[in-house]
Write a protein that binds this ligand. Structure first.
Ligand code: SF4
Length: 98
């Protein structure tokens, strides 16, 4: 989960798989990408029908210097990698931004 808001609003959250789940699951102390805590959050996100909207929302609104918790099935480091990849892709001549 995240706490950002986009111009599209938050209606998509009504279908979130995590709506009725303990929020602590998404803020594990152990962020080992293959560890049990992250895996538990990933499994919930994997079944989420609004995962794409969730990912777009967090990538649009999350402060790159303050990433924390699991969102859209990704760790903070994974979202940082995704963000960096988008920047690199859009900077290359002829590349299409993700
Ligand atoms: S993708 Fe994960 S964090 Fe995002 S709304 Fe769905 S269950 Fe929640």
């Amino acid at each position: 989960m995240n706490t950002t808001t986009t111009t599209a609003g938050r209606d998509w959250r009504q279908g979130a798989e995590c709506a009725d789940v303990d929020p602590e699951i998404f803020y594990p102390l152990d962020l080992d990408p293959h560890g049990p805590a992250v895996t538990t959050a990933r499994e919930i996100c994997a079944d989420c029908p609004v995962r794409a909207a969730c990912l777009l929302d967090v990538m649009a609104g999350e402060d790159p210097a303050r990433r924390w918790g699991m969102t859209a099935g990704l760790t903070p480091d994974e979202r940082a990698d995704l963000y960096a990849g988008r920047q690199l892709s859009s900077a290359l001549p002829g590349a299409v931004a993700a």
